[in-house]
Design a binder for this molecule. Structure first.
Ligand code: UDP
Length: 339
């Protein structure tokens, strides 16, 4: 099957016109990591994949990169002229290329919703969690979890005595709450990731200077080792105003699968997808009153062991399984099924 994958055409820096985000990302980039894992899985299952929207990415066998078509307007007109070369078009562009206002499409189309709120796509939206789907009003649309390439992580049962946060340092991700718990536990919290919310970041560093060690954005072996060695990874997403105008409802949480692939348990809130994916084999879900609990001795931190975490994740989120689930939907759409 010939699949055209549309990555979100996003510049890392608006002032640098060549800085298109790559697949996979070289640092922060949940959508980019999802698209990468999915492409790998589809190629394993015999698909030919073409990628547009991430022109600086590195190609590999089975993947063709469109490098000379870049911004969303050019991508959309290129697709108008080239869609006959593909059996299906899989859109991850978050509405930048095709959107809900679009007239009826003349090709087979599927899209993955990566954000909060309503789906930005014209039809056939796949959600990353039931919570995300419910917030979007997505009725009975399919839910497919975030794929993880397990070979790209390091399973390790020897954990260091420190906790980890990896992601955007922003209010809706609950980094202050993670730091507050670690402070009460008298444990170190390593924080990795970019921040575009300067006040929130400055407050974190000032208020928790004895607890937080901020190491900036990470990728490659540094990220692999951090995930492998941490005692647990915090994902305390907040029920507060999010990035896109609605209440934050954690859509899929790539970091949960990445930590689990390293045998590292999660300490999460119950926000969005977290209530579905942080099952007892993966980690601990804290209710809001527990997150704000002053007497930390009242909280039980009994983590599943590394092999349990890894096995649950591998059985449910490995990229070969997830890409097979997408492949089934592609075939259904090609046979005329729409939602
Ligand atoms: N990430 C990374 N390096 C960093 C911070 C984040 O590689 O310094 C990655 C992280 O591992 C994950 C992605 O960025 O793959 C963030 O995706 P997630 O779904 O966890 O969060 P969101 O996209 O909602 O911010």
């Amino acid at each position: 099957m010939n699949v055209l994958m549309i990555a979100p055409p996003i510049l890392k820096s608006e002032s640098d016109k060549d800085s298109w985000l790559t697949i996979p990302s070289l640092g922060y980039g949940g959508i980019e990591n999802v698209v990468y894992a999915l492409i790998n899985g589809l190629i394993y299952h015999g698909c030919q994949v073409t990628l547009v929207g991430a022109p600086g990415s590195i190609s590999f066998n089975g993947l063709t990169l469109i490098r000379d078509v870049r911004g969303s307007v050019d991508i959309s007109s290129w697709i108008e002229n080239n869609h006959n070369n593909f059996d299906i078009i899989h859109d991850h562009s978050c509405g930048l290329v095709f959107n809900a206002q679009q007239e009826k499409l003349s090709f087979n189309y599927i899209a993955t919703h990566h954000k909060t709120g309503k789906s930005p796509y014209p039809e056939n939206t796949v959600y990353l969690s039931y919570a995300q789907r419910s917030q979007a009003g997505g009725n009975n649309s399919p839910v497919i979890r975030i794929p993880i390439i397990f070979e790209n992580y390091l399973l390790n049962s020897q954990k260091d005595d420190c906790f980890l946060y990896v992601g955007r340092v922003s209010e809706w991700k609950g980094v202050h709450e993670a730091a507050s718990i670690c402070e009460k536990l008298e444990a170190k919290l390593i924080v990795a990731g970019p921040s575009w919310e300067q006040d929130y970041f400055d407050d974190l560093i000032n208020k928790y200077s004895n607890t937080v060690e901020y190491i900036g954005e990470v990728f490659g072996l540094k990220k692999i080792d951090l995930l492998a060695k941490a005692k647990a990874v915090f994902v305390l997403s907040r029920f507060s105003d999010g990035l896109w105008g609605d209440k934050w409802c954690e859509p899929g949480a790539t970091i949960v699968g990445e930590a689990a692939a390293s045998g590292t348990p999660i300490i999460s809130s119950t926000n969005g997808c977290l209530s579905e994916i942080v099952v007892p084999d993966v980690g601990i879900q804290l209710e809001e009153n527990e997150i704000n609990q002053k007497d930390i001795s009242k909280l039980q931190f009994q983590f599943p062991n590394a092999n349990t975490v890894f096995s649950y994740a591998k059985n449910n989120w490995n990229h070969l399984l997830i890409s097979e689930q997408y492949l089934t939907l592609y075939k259904n759409i090609i046979n005329g099924f729409h939602w």
